[in-house]
Design a protein around this ligand. Structure first.
Ligand SMILES: [Zn+2]
Length: 124
């Protein structure tokens, strides 16, 4: 499960960062997940629950925000969200990574990263 290794890296990074402070516990952390990472929210929550055990992150509320993909086309200058394959009957749809205007291969400028943007902590 890809989510476990991603979450493991995230938790290590957060613990590393929070290690500089005197912290009693973490109340919540906000995780931004890019649409193009294809990470499952349920799997991330599950991985968080397991991996945070015994750390100051145990019991923290995990808030997951999705970052929508944004493409930029080097050919025509288009900048915006990709078109998707799929329909409303599915819980997911697949973004097409070519320019919706001219069909050229577009660069991904948003939606590929995954990381913690903020944390609410209780200091000692
Ligand atoms: Zn284009």
């Amino acid at each position: 499960m890809h989510e476990v290794s991603v979450m493991s890296d995230i938790i290590n990074a957060v613990l590393d960062q929070l290690g500089h402070y005197e912290i009693e516990k973490v109340e919540e952390i906000v995780l931004v997940v890019g649409e193009l990472t294809f990470l499952g929210e349920e799997q991330l929550r599950f991985a968080f629950e397991i991996l945070s055990k015994g750390t100051i992150l145990e019991g923290a509320e995990l808030i997951i925000e999705t970052e929508k993909a944004i493409l930029r086309c080097p050919a025509c200058g288009f900048e915006g969200p990709p078109e998707h394959i799929g329909n409303g009957n599915f819980h997911f749809s697949i973004p097409i990574l070519s320019c919706p205007k001219c069909g050229n291969r577009a660069d991904i400028i948003k939606g590929k990263c995954c990381g913690v943007t903020s944390a609410k902590v209780v200091e000692k």
